[in-house]
Design a protein around this ligand. Structure first.
Ligand SMILES: Nc1ncnc2c1ncn2[C@@H]1O[C@H](COP(=O)(O)OP(=O)(O)OP(=O)(O)O)[C@@H](O)[C@H]1O
Ligand SMILES: [Mg+2]
Length: 402
């Protein structure tokens, strides 16, 4: 019994990893459509891939999964770079080519020489100020007998506009020359134009893959796979609570999964109940990104007794949204009535919505449109699930009816 308890605690950190992308192929869930699109982009000469979406939706995990698919294939060469704010065009390619080594035979010394080999990183052959054509030539020589895939993750962190323009130029020159090398750019963005400078000139060469939130089925798979690793069971009502609370964000599914299963393990049970989920919610709230907690605090603080900032924000989080994640004041009315038990007309809470989109209340919402036609959405995907769970623990609304 004690052994089983310890084993499960150890396995817990493998089953649910809110802090890091999935590296274990067996624990990767869903994303079939996106995988097919990436593979299509890599195999078609002249095409390059852009994968973009909200923070925490699983972009890096998908890139890692793609690399794994190819890792057993000797005909494919992959290098992955994580970009940062200080990068420029040369530093990005130095990092990429550092991962690719080149072996040359070297004649041995003496009367009966034993052949030796020198291994060098390809980055050593790049000029100190690199231009797109240097990169094209190097990639072309690698691509002569291999399929080459270069992944640039966290591409949105590059500040320097010239670097982004030079990457676009590289894509153009690779595409025009039909080089058998694919660039895959990954970043947090609403659209390709937000991510890539001068994207119009290379539009035809890009396979654009928006990374949506996960479906409830995909989130359910994350929970089921975790339960499989732990050899545990989840009660159907508990599973559906976790799925609904995750709001399609895999990070949240991992965070909740970790704490709900931990609560069951601590109680010596091999099955997760709705009570474990309730305990898991509180533990998850504690561990949430500090910036999200701070934004929630800023958005809802008020010295006025009887103010309804928390209720209106929760109603926003529970509102129906369109396919781009936007909701209107009219969408907020019904959930606000369900939470407060009172009928509020739009003018009673329109000022709250406006304030939520301003600096003073943490800019928790983004507002778009014109007078009487405002549309709102949360500025961070982590905000919605946080507000819903906080609403649960603060008793603002009923638990089990998630
Ligand atoms: N397909 C998946 N199957 C299972 N878990 C996933 C999947 N995709 C993502 N996750 C989990 O979701 C969390 C976020 O994933 P990941 O880091 O890949 O997202 P991201 O979009 O790269 O985030 P960021 O924008 O912060 O770079 C991690 O805990 C990861 O384990
Ligand atoms: Mg990432």
């Amino acid at each position: 019994m004690q052994n089983e308890y310890m084993e499960r605690l150890v396995a817990l950190g493998e089953a649910f990893t809110p802090g890091s992308p999935v590296n274990n192929q067996d624990l990767f869930s869903g994303r079939i459509e996106q995988i097919q699109k990436i593979l299509g982009g890599v195999t078609q000469r002249g095409y390059h891939v852009v994968l973009y979406g909200e923070r925490g939706v699983g972009k890096t995990s998908l890139a890692n999964f793609t690399s794994r698919i190819y890792s057993n294939s000797p005909g494919v060469l992959i290098a992955k770079v994580t970009c940062d704010a200080g990068d420029n065009f040369t530093s990005i390619w130095k990092k990429a080519f550092k991962e690719i080594t080149y072996t040359t035979p070297k004649a041995g010394i003496g009367f009966s020489p034993t052949p030796e080999a020198t291994v060098a990183a390809l980055s050593d052959f790049l000029p100190d100020v690199t231009n797109p054509d240097d990169v094209r030539r190097m990639l072309a020589s690698l691509a002569a007998d291999k399929t080459v895939l270069i992944i640039l993750d966290e591409y949105d962190r590059i500040i320097d506009k010239l670097t982004s323009t030079l990457i676009s130029d590289t894509i153009k020159v690779l595409s025009d020359n039909g080089t058998n090398a694919t660039l895959m750019l990954i970043g947090v963005a609403d659209s390709v134009s937000d991510l890539i400078e001068g994207h119009q000139s290379i539009e035809r060469a890009l396979v654009q893959i928006p990374m949506p939130r996960m479906s409830n089925e995909e989130i359910g798979q994350i929970i089921d796979k975790g339960a499989g690793v732990l050899k545990m069971h989840v009660a159907p009502a508990a599973r559906s609570m976790i799925v609904k609370l995750s709001q399609g964000v895999p990070y949240v599914a991992h965070l909740l999964g970790l704490h709900c299963f931990k609560s069951a393990i601590a109680a010596g049970s091999s099955s997760v109940s709705t009570d474990n989920v309730k305990l898991g919610i509180s533990a998850s709230l504690d561990q949430w990104h500090a910036s999200i907690k701070k934004t929630y605090y800023d958005a809802t603080k008020s010295p006025q007794p009887g103010n309804i900032y928390r209720e209106v924000l929760l109603a926003c989080a529970l509102s129906d949204v369109d396919e781009l994640g936007y909701f209107t004041a009219a969408n907020v009315r019904t959930p606000l009535r369900d939470i407060t038990g009172r009928e509020y007309e739009i003018p009673n809470f329109a000022a709250h919505l406006k304030q939520f989109s301003e600096e003073q209340r943490g800019h928790v919402l983004a507002r778009e449109g014109t007078q009487r036609r405002w549309r709102y959405r949360f500025t961070s995907p982590m905000m919605r699930p946080y507000i819903i769970m906080k609403g649960h623990t603060d008793g603002l609304w009923d638990h089990d009816g998630v």
